[in-house]
Design a protein around this ligand. Structure first.
Ligand SMILES: [Fe+2]
Length: 266
């Protein structure tokens, strides 16, 4: 672990720290757990933080303990260019015209709606005004419902122009920042229809607030998984991903596996 921290310090990278805490555990030296989700969770491929105007340009991953043979735990990788080329152009055009509304939900600690962290615990503060100041400074819109539960959202493009290649590429989290993803997680296994889409931690819509058709989500998922490969880790492997050209996800696993990560601003 110390070797990896030394290695990173010597690469002359600027580290990305935007909103990293809360979802990963800091381990020192700009290194974090890769994810704190339980091992049984298979994660949908995504470009890191592509819902936000602030996202890391690179991801460095380091394997401290490889998974046991035949126990899963592969990192799923796919090229954004492949995905862009295979997606239905009409789907891309519709999202480009309407944009994506990424909406987060944080329940009030005192009413306990939902299974996720409350806004008080997420922001480490109890004063809604202070939370509003943070959201406004990051360009998010927000609303409070009757139970003082918080929803905040941001409109973003589904594509970016790669700074080096100039290509227009699909860069978003439509399927992973989506209630349909959360509904399939073990945590929500027996909740059925008792939780509305906008009560999951994250959900997205077209920019005008209309629902994304289930068949569109299905199409995106089908194409993503059809061009994905599984990277099988060996202990002490290091992988560096260009976050603007490569999507990553992971297969769930059993047994022991330890992966850490560092997010690079540039
Ligand atoms: Fe990720």
């Amino acid at each position: 672990m110390e070797d990896f921290q030394d290695f990173l310090q010597n690469l002359d990278f600027k580290f990305f720290e935007h909103g990293v805490t809360g979802y990963r555990t800091p381990l020192g030296g700009h290194v974090y757990t890769a994810s704190d989700d339980p091992p049984e969770v298979t994660m949908e491929p995504h470009n890191e933080c592509s819902y936000s105007p602030f996202f890391p340009k690179k991801l460095v991953m380091f394997c401290l303990k490889e998974p046991d043979p035949s126990c899963g735990g592969e990192t799923v990788l796919l090229k954004s260019q492949d995905l862009t080329a295979l997606l239905d152009p009409e789907v891309i055009q519709k999202f480009e015209a309407k944009k994506i509304r990424y909406q987060a939900f944080l329940p009030n600690k005192n009413t306990g709606a939902g299974l996720q962290k409350s806004w008080q615990d997420r922001f480490w503060m109890d004063d809604p005004k202070e939370v509003e100041t943070i959201l406004e400074s990051n360009g998010w819109s927000f609303s409070w419902d009757k139970g003082k539960n918080l929803r905040f959202w941001y409109l973003n493009s589904p594509v970016i122009e790669h700074p080096v290649t100039g290509e227009k590429i699909w860069f978003n989290q439509i399927t992973s920042y989506n209630a349909s993803y959360f509904r399939a997680l073990p945590l929500y296994e027996n909740t059925g229809d008792s939780i509305e889409d906008d009560q999951f931690p994250f959900h997205c819509y077209y920019g005008d607030g209309s629902h994304i058709e289930p068949e569109v989500l299905q199409h995106i998922r089908e194409v993503m998984w059809s061009c994905a490969v599984g990277f099988r880790w060996r202990t002490f492997d290091v992988a560096v991903l260009d976050n603007q050209q490569v999507l990553h996800g992971r297969m769930g696993w059993t047994g022991d596996r330890k992966l850490v990560t560092s997010l690079i601003d540039e």
